[in-house]
Design a protein around this ligand. Structure first.
Ligand code: C2O
Ligand code: CU
Length: 488
């Protein structure tokens, strides 16, 4: 697409950028963004007072483009499919961290897993993340270091990979969905309750979208609006419905559905995303709402409000997004690898293991820190030694040969849901022991229902040691975590 054609396309479309959210800013909330040909970003992790969900300021962690920024919603990073995203990351927090690019098929050295793919970025240190996302869609970024504390305190932002050809929606609104562990007065509650950690996990009571309670955004009447939902919550599996206007699900976890379909009580587990296109009502002031109905008391997540003359867009304008370049697994010849997800520890598991994969528990444990600097586990221990100590011993759950197809049989032996996420590879869902599932598209997370067995298929085309873990962060932190190795 030529420069001028792209600019023309973009001036039709609005893209909601960070810093322009919230009911108070709605009039000016839709920004026309000038998008650079290739993303070159500076990103800081900061500790500062912030007001996620409102109330009095509390100390939060966030990402920002300048170190002195007040702590607000982390910026929406965006890059065009195939272009290079270059992020000069600086850690301005008094603790170590890393940045993981959730769902992106990238080189292992950019994956942001401490000790496994890089050393932690200590206070005052920097790391240059640089990769070209092959797949368009909605992704996100978050630390993979002390995840419970750091994501819990605010570190999670959206990464949009734009289609090479603009699909032509009238507005594009990323929605970072999460709860916060704050009490009625707004004070922080402990991020994890030890008893809940061994069950469904610890829930937050402050429900937000883009760090606001029930935000609303004004969009043109009769327009087609792309919503990019990202569940950045540590715990909650949302069940999402749309009210007031037709809403069509077009992509899941970044990857397009083969055929768009009406949004119907769609489960969105921690870490998962979905792209929904809404055909706004024709009359100004008419409203579309997203509701969460996963709990006995449903709530409104956010609203869109029609504004101005109707654009009279046709629902039939919602066509499948172009497929991403993911290799199709050849299922008949695939080797089957079994993964059992259990409560409790396996033999030799650590005593604080509440969860396991194949009877092995990797509990998220970190070396001591002093003044934001990581100290080796034992005096004089080198990082490879630390790595062996903190990375579940470092032995992968399975070793895959590059280029081959595999079927993973995921067995949930627990009475809880587990969104099982795999780094660096995209897979397709084949079958479930409990329900008919949507197939044909790719994804990075399999949401296992209680006692469900699911088969998924992938081509092991990206070499490295890739994390496999539940994205309910307490399950991850307390043992439901491991790696699969793709041998070059
Ligand atoms: Cu959101 Cu290990 O990932
Ligand atoms: Cu889990």
């Amino acid at each position: 697409m030529s420069e001028s054609k792209e600019k023309a396309g973009l001036s039709r479309r609005s893209f909601l950028g960070a810093g322009a959210v919230g009911a108070g800013l709605v009039g000016a909330g839709l920004l026309y963004r000038a998008i650079p040909a290739s993303g070159d970003e500076v990103l800081y992790a900061i500790e500062a007072p912030g007001t996620p969900g409102g109330g009095e300021p509390v100390p939060v962690l966030s990402y920002a483009r300048t170190p002195a920024a007040p702590a607000a919603l982390p910026p929406v990073l965006d890059v065009r499919q195939g272009d290079t995203l270059s992020v000069h990351f600086h850690n301005a927090m008094a603790r170590s961290t890393t940045v993981h690019w959730h769902g992106i098929r990238l080189p292992i050295a950019m994956d942001g897993v401490p000790f496994l793919t890089q050393n932690p970025v200590a206070r005052g240190e920097a790391f240059h993340y640089r990769f070209a996302p092959p797949d368009a869609g909605t992704y996100w970024y978050h630390p993979h270091y002390a995840s419970l504390d750091q994501i819990g305190a605010g570190l999670a932002g959206i990464l949009v990979v734009r289609e090479a050809d603009d699909p032509g929606y009238d507005a594009d609104i990323p929605l970072l969905i999460r709860d916060w562990r704050r009490d009625e007065k707004g004070a922080w509650l402990p991020v994890s309750d030890p008893e809940a950690a061994g069950r469904a996990g610890t829930f937050g009571g402050w429900h937000t979208v883009n760090w606001e309670r029930e935000p609303h955004y004004q969009v043109p009447s009769g327009s087609l609006v792309r919503l990019r939902l990202c569940n950045a919550d540590l715990t909650r599996v949302f069940k999402v419905v749309g009210k007031g206007a037709p809403a069509i699900l077009v992509a899941v976890d970044g990857h397009p559905l083969v055929a768009p379909e009406p949004l119907q009580r769609e489960l969105l587990g921690p870490g998962m995303r979905m792209d929904v296109v809404v055909r706004m009502p024709d009359n100004p002031g008419e409203v579309f709402e997203l509701h969460n109905v996963s709990s006995s008391t449903p709530w409104v997540m956010m609203r869109l409000v029609s504004q101005g003359m109707s654009r009279r867009r046709a629902l039939s304008g919602i066509v499948p997004l172009p497929p991403n370049p993911v290799s199709m697994p050849s299922v008949d010849r695939a080797e089957v690898i079994r993964m059992d997800f259990n409560a409790g520890l396996g033999e030799g598991g650590a005593e604080d293991a509440l969860w396991s994969i194949n009877k092995r528990a990797w509990v998220e444990r970190y070396p001591e820190e002093r003044d934001g600097m990581v100290l080796p586990v034992l005096p004089g221990q080198s990082f490879p030694e630390v790595r062996a100590a903190v990375c579940g011993g470092g032995t992968p759950l399975a070793v895959l040969k590059q280029g081959r197809s595999y079927i993973l049989e995921l067995n949930n032996f627990t009475p809880h849901l587990h969104p099982i996420h795999i780094h660096g590879l995209a897979f397709s869902l084949l079958s479930s022991s409990r329900r008919s599932i949507r197939t044909g598209h790719f994804t990075d997370t399999a949401l296992l229902l209680p006692k469900e067995r699911m088969r998924v298929a992938l081509v092991a085309d990206n070499p490295g040691d890739w994390m496999v873990h539940c994205h309910i962060i307490e399950h991850q932190a307390f043992g439901m975590m491991g790696t699969i190795r793709v041998d070059a």
